[in-house]
Design a protein around this ligand. Structure first.
Ligand code: NAD
Length: 490
């Protein structure tokens, strides 16, 4: 069955929207309708629409800015914005539902004016974003807004037809101010620490360059809530369309697949109201920071704890490594004994359950995440996620021998060979320097960790260096398997 409003009543093999889509008005404009938005925010709104008649004011209009988004227009337009979301459980169970919360889709280059006027509509109260980290246009080294970006520079020219999200949002807010309409909220749902703060900084930086008076108005009137979002959503695999059609009878031009776990912690800071998202499982809170820390130090640092050992042992897939008993035990104990004690209180979360759920999530074969992907750019990730845990443990007079051993496994990986001698592809902007230090650490044991940009003063702290050197020696002398067994036996 083709998927669109008229065929919905014929669909029997998948759940369909339990509300009348004709009643839904656009209240949210979303930039960057990719897999994640469709598996996450749009799914929450779909649930809310089914539950709460007042939510009808919060339908979503998707906007695509980039040439690649023409394909999303071509998929969603004939389907009236409908698509399927398939959730795959670790035990092999699969559920498919049709999501109906995206009621319009605009490919901006087709009609930029239509996008600006939608944004300026009095009904629109939230502009949400999943435009990737790159979409915020700040320099990785200085953290400053990059005004030299050619698209941004073009948007800054007077009277320009916008190309970037900054150009669209600023022009729409200028019209709102001039028409004496309230500002909207800019709600980032990207995976960036302090995403609301980052959005505020970058949107205001653009506005200051474009129109300082407007920037002042935005600073006072626009809210930029922080959020923590979580649901692993891989890019749509090529065979998913046929699989969904076979199982549910629905032919969806661009289906989405994701894990069943989902989390959205959202700061309650909105300029002109918000949907009652707490009714559908969103944690609406005053401060997102403790939740973010939990995710960084358990999920993200946990990926590192798994990844480098798994690579040395020759694993390709995360789900295979996550059920290796030695790796799983190291991971569980790292999270319980070292990551967890460094967290602040996380209201409403049972951390034992969170950790167990992470172990299950990492073991989900449907996600098919690769160990190589986790280990990519470790020189950005270990300093952000794992080093702060080690430092916090040492500051508290405790130790973090398992986290230190993870750094040892990374050191050994950086030499570019697994235990059985197979070459490892090291994808990292610092790969050359890391390899040199890793090889040198065979004769100068602290050579790798003496890099203060990555490790701060850890090389001077025996609470770190002793377990680190011991683990590195054990990996080199007895092999990764034996070293790992010895670590978890203690
Ligand atoms: P995707 O590739 O499916 O979609 C990305 C969307 O962002 C596309 O519409 C693209 O055109 C748009 N985009 C990219 N760069 C842009 C720019 N400079 N300006 C405007 N739009 C731009 O990716 P996805 O899986 O949907 O992930 C998007 C973001 O969602 C991630 O970068 C991350 O911040 C967040 N996220 C993803 C996941 C996940 O598991 N996929 C989990 C949590 C958070």
């Amino acid at each position: 069955i083709a998927l669109n409003d008229t065929t919905l009543p014929e669909i029997a093999g998948a759940a369909v929207p339990a509300y009348h889509r004709g009643d839904i008005r656009t209240g949210i404009v979303h930039f960057g309708v990719g897999g994640f938005h469709r598996a996450h925010q749009a799914m929450y709104l779909d649930r809310l629409l089914a539950l709460d008649p007042d939510a009808a004011a919060w339908g979503i209009c998707g906007v695509g800015l980039r040439p690649a988004d023409a394909a999303m227009r071509d998929a969603l337009a004939p389907q009236d914005g409908l698509y399927t979301l398939t959730l795959k459980h670790p035990d092999g169970t699969v559920e498919t539902s049709v999501i109906g919360s995206i009621v319009h889709y605009l490919y901006a280059p087709d009609d930029p004016e239509a996008v600006i006027e939608t944004l300026a509509s009095p009904h629109v109260r939230i502009v949400s974003l999943t435009v990737t980290e790159g979409g915020y246009n700040f320099s990785a080294s200085t953290g400053e807004f990059d005004a030299e970006n050619p698209d941004v520079a073009a948007d800054l020219a007077p009277g320009a037809v916008p190309r970037t999200v900054f150009g669209y949002v600023a022009e729409a807010l200028r019209r709102r101010r001039d028409r004496q309409l309230p500002a909207f909220t800019v709600m980032s749902c990207d995976n960036i620490e302090g995403n609301g703060h980052v959005a505020r900084r970058t949107f205001l930086a653009f506005a200051r360059l474009a129109d300082p008076e407007l920037a002042q108005w935005m600073d006072a009137e626009v809210a930029f809530p922080n959020s923590m979002v979580d649901r692993i959503t891989p890019a749509t695999p090529p065979d998913l369309r046929a699989e969904v059609a076979q199982r549910s009878g629905v032919d969806d031009r661009w289906p989405v697949v994701a894990e069943p776990f989902t989390q959205w912690v959202l700061e309650d800071s909105f300029a002109s109201g918000r949907p009652a998202l707490e009714r559908v499982g969103v944690q609406v809170v005053d401060d997102v920071a403790p939740y973010e820390l939990m995710k960084l130090r358990l999920l993200n640092a946990g990926h590192q704890a798994l990844g480098h050992f798994a690579r040395l042992l020759g694993y390709e897939y995360v789900h295979d490594a996550a059920v290796d008993p030695d790796i799983r035990e190291l991971l569980r104990r790292y999270m319980q004994e070292e990551g967890r004690p460094t967290l602040r209180e996380v209201p409403g979360i049972d951390l034992d359950e969170y950790i167990d759920t992470l172990l299950d999530r990492f073991s989900n074969p449907a996600i098919a995440d690769t160990v190589a992907r986790l280990c990519q750019d470790a020189s950005d990730r270990i300093p952000k996620w794992l080093v702060p845990v080690i430092a916090a443990r040492l500051d508290a007079g405790a130790q973090a021998p398992l986290a230190a051993a993870v750094v040892a496994a990374w050191t050994r990986c950086s030499e570019g060979r697994s235990d059985d001698g197979a070459p490892l592809d090291i994808s990292d902007r610092l790969a050359g320097g890391l390899a040199e230090r890793a090889v040198r650490s065979r004769t100068e044991p602290l050579a790798f960790v003496e890099n203060t940009e990555l490790f701060g003063d850890l090389a001077d702290r025996p609470g770190f260096t002793e377990p680190y050197v011991a683990a590195l020696d054990a990996i080199r002398e007895h092999g990764t398997r034996a070293a790992l067994r010895d670590l978890v036996a203690r």
